[in-house]
Design a protein around this ligand. Structure first.
Ligand code: C2E
Ligand code: CA
Ligand code: CA
Length: 647
């Protein structure tokens, strides 16, 4: 067609030349004596003109009838012809229709003129032609819409074509003045004559509009920043969401996909030790490897060392998918270890199975991110998003959202666990432990909600609540002339970020309820101490000035060395229950004896928690343990029960 256009232009040029020649002939006629030659030349020029014009006209009609468009692809008329042909064919099985809508054409036309608009269309069309196969028929449907009719189409093929187009355009957009974006919709006639071709076209069109609306919505909320970004290899969350959305809306329900997030264990160590260049090389290598993973539809670097991919898992069992990914990650790690100077390398992958198509894309991303992080602590380095994890997350959300209301509704209750004097075997004091009585009647234990409240910082308010409840109880007993008993209260690590506030609030409460310092012991865990030695010591000094005792909770569970024992200001050390776990072995006994020995020599009060058997009691009492706490004696109990116990 291009050749015809050129010939047509040459014809017009030739005609123009003949006309110029004719004019100059007429102008010079008076000097020309030979009338015959003059007439011959005029006739020849006129004949030449007529031939050129006829040829040009013939070519023009030929081009017009060829069914091609300015964009160099088939036009609407020839598309209609093609569709009619298909409609009348015996077999319309596996005909795929892809509808494309080029964004921003109007804006380009209005701002830069139609010539630029044509270039914009032609560029997009030229990229479209690159994804075609011998079974494709590409046409411009009009304006900014294009259609590909694909014979013998498969879903993966259409997906691949779309991914290929997007990838090429992503690269083009990095440097383009007018970045190209588009919406796409596709469908395939899956049973013989199941669809009329026009219905198929309509379905693809609907999907395309869905895609377009979604992309418009998210584009509206963001700047053009990601187009300008020079970080070639990474994809923005918005684009990732678009990709997920496009694949999900175009899925025919028979296909199954998994969304993966993969990252390198301790990647920063590679950067720190081997340098950024090695780090970058390794990341590029991983990207290549991920692209080669079977049935991968799409891979991109997401940010830092995190990669995202979508794989087709149709017909596969989830267990096999997981196995395959685990093996592939291992193989990749081996190759990295073999090709780069690093001595340690492993990958983690979080898997999300895209089955119920209606879940918002940002949730898919955040769910997958959760399991990617979980994968780090799993044995295989691969973790799937499961119902269980979903429930965990739900519980997390429930905890966070209902906490404030629960606190003001007094859903939290204090329980008491008695501590027994070693020599006298009588209740000497008690530890106050919190419980959450949910409005639905469930009783929640601290381990299930405290870590969450610790993350959000709301544990701060809960601690003050628990202290106030405990102080109120002590004050009420004092008022009624009942026996008082010292209480151990847990201090969560968040308070060490603002010691002044903590000490002030505690003192306010102590004054409000007129609590005598001898009835209070604050428990700070060894781990908290190790991470905040200075602030913990500062707090201990403050409480010592008020004659309040401090206990080191869970001693031996963290990583403090015995060396730290010589400096610690704690009055009491509470040996972690893990020392007493199951049965106490001979070696376990030796360790405990040595710890006791050391603590006695540094004049610490020794408490053992998790005491569950008579054997343990006998051994601990023999070794001089000052107080014992555990199920052997009592489990944590409600206030009323505890009051009866000590009455
Ligand atoms: P913790 O301070 O080490 O508390 C002792 C935990 O061990 C309690 O669990 C208690 O029920 C359990 N326990 C007691 N005796 C035995 C035994 O013989 N065997 C076994 N296996 N376990 C025993 P609980 O009440 O579930 O509390 C768990 C953790 O939650 C506590 O560990 C403490 O760190 C935290 N916690 C509880 N209440 C509060 C609170 O009001 N404020 C703060 N900040 N933390 C609290
Ligand atoms: Ca404790
Ligand atoms: Ca403890």
């Amino acid at each position: 067609m291009e050749r015809n256009k050129t010939i047509m232009k040459l014809c017009y040029l030739q005609t123009a030349l003949y006309i110029v020649f004719l004019i100059s002939l007429v102008a010079h006629h008076k000097y020309n004596r030979n009338g015959k030659i003059f007439a011959l030349l005029v006739i020849l020029s006129l004949v030449g003109c007529a031939v050129s014009l006829t040829l040009a006209d013939y070519l023009r009609t030929m081009i017009q009838n060829s069914g091609f468009d300015v964009a160099g692809v088939h036009d609407k008329k020839s598309l209609e012809k093609k569709l009619l042909q298909l409609q009348n064919a015996d077999d319309t099985l596996d005909v795929g229709i892809m509808m494309f809508d080029l964004n921003n054409l109007k804006k380009i036309n209005d701002t830069y003129g139609h010539e630029q608009g044509d270039v914009f269309i032609q560029t997009f069309a030229s990229y479209l032609t690159r994804i075609l196969t011998e079974d494709s028929f590409l046409a411009r449907f009009g304006g900014d819409e294009f259609v590909i009719v694909q014979n013998h189409a498969t879903w993966s093929q259409l997906e691949q074509m779309n991914i290929q187009l997007q990838t090429m355009l992503d690269a083009y957009n990095q440097t383009a003045d007018h970045p190209i974006s588009y919406a796409v919709g596709y469908d395939i006639s899956c049973k013989n004559h199941y669809y009329l071709i026009m219905d198929l076209l309509q379905i693809a069109d609907q999907k395309m509009y869905q895609d377009k609306r979604y992309k418009k919505e998210i584009l509206a909320g963001k700047t053009q920043a990601h187009f300008r970004s020079r970080l070639v290899e990474s994809i923005s969350t918005e684009s990732l969401k678009e990709k997920l959305f496009t694949i999900l809306t175009n899925s025919n329900g028979e296909k199954k996909y998994a969304f993966l997030m993969t990252d390198v264990n301790n990647f920063h160590l590679i950067n720190d030790y081997w340098g950024y260049e090695t780090g970058t090389d390794i990341l590029n290598f991983i990207l290549k490897k991920l692209e080669l993973f079977p049935k991968t539809l799409f891979v991109n670097r997401y940010h830092s060392d995190i990669f995202v991919s979508i794989i087709d898992i149709t017909g596969q069992e989830y267990a096999d998918v997981k196995k395959e990914i685990t093996a592939y990650n291992k193989q990749t790690a081996q190759e990295v270890l073999g090709s780069y100077p690093v001595n340690y390398f492993s990958l983690n992958t979080g898997i999300y199975y895209l089955e119920n198509g209606q879940i918002p894309c940002d949730e898919i991303i955040s769910h997958t991110n959760i399991v990617r992080r979980k994968a780090k602590s799993s044995l295989l380095g691969v973790c799937e998003y499961t119902e269980e994890i979903a429930l965990e997350e739900q519980k997390r959300a429930d905890t966070i959202h209902s906490f404030q209301e629960a606190l003001s509704d007094k859903e939290f209750q204090i329980y008491f666990q008695p501590k027994i004097n070693g020599k006298e075997q009588k209740i000497a004091s008690a530890e106050v432990l919190v419980r959450w009585k949910r409005s639905n009647g469930e009783l929640w234990f601290p381990d299930s909600f405290l870590p969450i409240l610790e993350e959000t910082g709301e544990i701060e308010a809960l601690d003050y609540y628990v202290y106030e409840e405990a102080f109120r109880w002590l004050a009420a007993r004092k008022e009624s002339g009942l026996k008082l008993i010292p209480l151990s209260l847990n201090v969560s690590p968040v308070h060490f970020r603002k010691i002044q506030t903590f000490t002030r609030k505690v003192m306010e409460l102590i004054q409000k309820y007129q609590i005598s310092s001898q009835y209070l012991i604050f428990e700070i865990t060894e781990t908290t101490y190790i991470h905040n030695i200075e602030s913990v010591n500062q707090m201990i000094r403050f409480f010592h000035d008020q004659n309040i005792r401090i206990s080191m909770d869970d001693f031996g569970s963290g990583y403090s060395s015995l060396n730290t024992l010589k400096d610690i200001l704690f009055d009491e050390v509470k040996i972690d229950k893990r020392f007493l776990s199951d049965d106490l072995t001979e070696k376990g006994k030796i360790v405990l004896q040595e710890i006791f020995h050391l603590l006695k020599r540094t004049h610490k009060f020794i408490v053992c928690e998790g005491v569950e058997t008579k054997d343990m009691v006998d051994f601990l009492v023999e070794e001089g343990c000052d107080e014992l706490q555990g199920y052997y004696y009592y489990k944590p109990m409600e206030m009323k029960k505890f009051e009866k116990l000590i009455a």
